[in-house]
Design a protein around this ligand. Structure first.
Ligand SMILES: N=CN[C@@H](CCC(=O)O)C(=O)O
Ligand SMILES: [Zn+2]
Length: 412
């Protein structure tokens, strides 16, 4: 199957295959070609360049992109898409003055979602999640990471991971699965957190890894959840079973989670709303991708990750939605890109890099998606007719997507 996009007003995020991510000053560069063509052959980007070099060959389908732009689909490297029911009651509690921690203390929060996941069938959980996945694809997401962590029992964690496995089988976009058994301490272990950590290490991780249900291991390293010591122990166990780390750190407190992530060679450290000087410094010498989640900051009214500071210090940065029922009930990467510009003072170039190539790296998918590169999967956004790509983050709360293509085939 051959598809030719021609007369593209501007083709965004052109990279060679050696660019794995961009950092520091380079984040402010977004390589483009104006008046371009792009040829898809057999699901992948086969060729692209200026219109004057457009090949004159028979194709199955031509897309005339006059006035419109083409860019790689968004890479959302941090989501909790698998959950049951909703938690809008907590949203109202929050409006009425309760904090995230206070809601968790009275049985809401992650434990509320865990109860709902424990009481739902796998097929119903799959159905609810598939709807959300289809929605985010329509919003331009073309690669996604999905975590467990609302099961908190072996059976329910496996249920969540099995749902992710089925999504992988039935969807065209690359999906990575992360085991997040250490998301919260379940009710049964309320007075025995060490017992739960042991259960994760001795029973859960070996089974999950053996069944090949996860690509990564995650821990919510935070006061009231899991300590740095717990985190190190769990990540070591994950490593022994072939699971690389991607962890929740510094959402409310800087307690050494970033340092633990770097020590354990985590692929990413995510949240980072509260960053000390030493947290930024330790990342400078690592290959760990910092991931900011502006939707969570917006929804919980907590600080935004200091993205400007991190990029100015020479770091890379990725952006993700954190789509989940408690702290970010939205999987809209278009909003995330806008919020990063408005609230974190990223330029449109930095935000687009953070939401594409750097997001791909944060999932270990940079060889497959995240840029317009020959041989990468042809997961593409065709915008509406827009005056410049700055209009993408500028038009916040809206989106500029006319069509989404997966493997070169129009899906929306
Ligand atoms: N912070 C920990 N986990 C999720 C929120 C989970 C929830 O509130 O249900 C997050 O990434 O924000
Ligand atoms: Zn999260």
């Amino acid at each position: 199957m051959k598809v030719l996009f021609k007369n593209i007003k501007e083709l965004l995020q052109i990279r060679d295959e050696n660019t794995r991510f961009v950092s520091g000053k380079a984040m402010n560069e977004l390589p483009t070609i104006k008046d371009a063509f792009l040829l898809v052959k057999n699901d992948v980007i086969y060729d692209f360049g200026p219109m004057k070099d457009c090949p004159d060959e028979a194709v199955d389908h031509v897309v005339d992109a006059t006035g419109k732009m083409v860019l790689p689909t968004w890479c959302d490297s941090h989501t909790h898409l698998v959950y049951a029911g909703q938690r809008e009651g907590e949203f109202v509690d929050k409006i009425n003055g309760l904090s995230y921690q206070e809601i968790a203390e009275k049985g809401g929060g992650i434990l509320n979602s865990a109860k709902q996941v424990q009481n739902i069938s796998e097929s119903e959980l799959y159905k609810q999640t598939k709807t959300r996945l289809d929605e985010v694809i329509a919003l331009g997401t073309g690669a996604v990471e999905i975590k467990s962590g609302y099961g908190l029992t072996l059976e329910s964690e496996l249920k969540m991971l099995s749902v992710i496995k089925r999504l992988k089988e039935n969807h065209q976009i690359p999906i990575k699965a992360t085991f997040l058994g250490a998301h919260a301490v379940p009710e049964e272990y309320k007075n025995n957190k060490a017992g739960y950590v042991d259960h994760i290490i001795k029973e859960m991780i070996p089974l999950v890894a053996e069944a090949k249900l996860a690509d990564f291991v995650d821990v919510f390293c935070e006061k009231g959840y899991f300590t740095v010591e717990d985190t190190n122990r769990i990540l070591e166990a994950g490593k022994l079973h072939g699971l690389q780390a991607k962890i929740h750190v510094n959402q409310f407190n800087s307690i050494g989670g970033v340092q633990a992530g770097v020590k354990q060679k985590a692929l990413s450290v995510d949240h980072l709303e509260v960053m000390k000087y030493e947290d930024i410094v330790v990342l400078e010498k690592s290959k760990t991708m910092p991931v900011a989640l502006p939707g969570c900051s917006f929804f919980l009214s907590i600080p935004f990750a200091p993205g400007r500071k991190m990029i100015d210090a020479g770091l890379p940065l990725a952006l993700a939605t954190d789509y989940n029922p408690g702290s970010s009930p939205s999987g809209n990467m278009n909003f995330v890109v806008s919020a990063a510009c408005v609230k974190m003072k990223l330029t449109p170039e930095e935000a687009i890099n953070a939401a594409t190539i750097n997001g791909a790296y944060a999932m270990g998918l940079e060889h497959k998606v995240g840029s317009i590169t020959k041989g990468k999967q042809a997961n593409l956004i065709l915008t509406k007719a827009i005056s410049s790509y700055h209009f993408i983050p500028y038009s916040f709360g809206n989106h500029q997507i006319e069509r989404v293509y997966l493997n070169g085939v129009e899906v929306v």
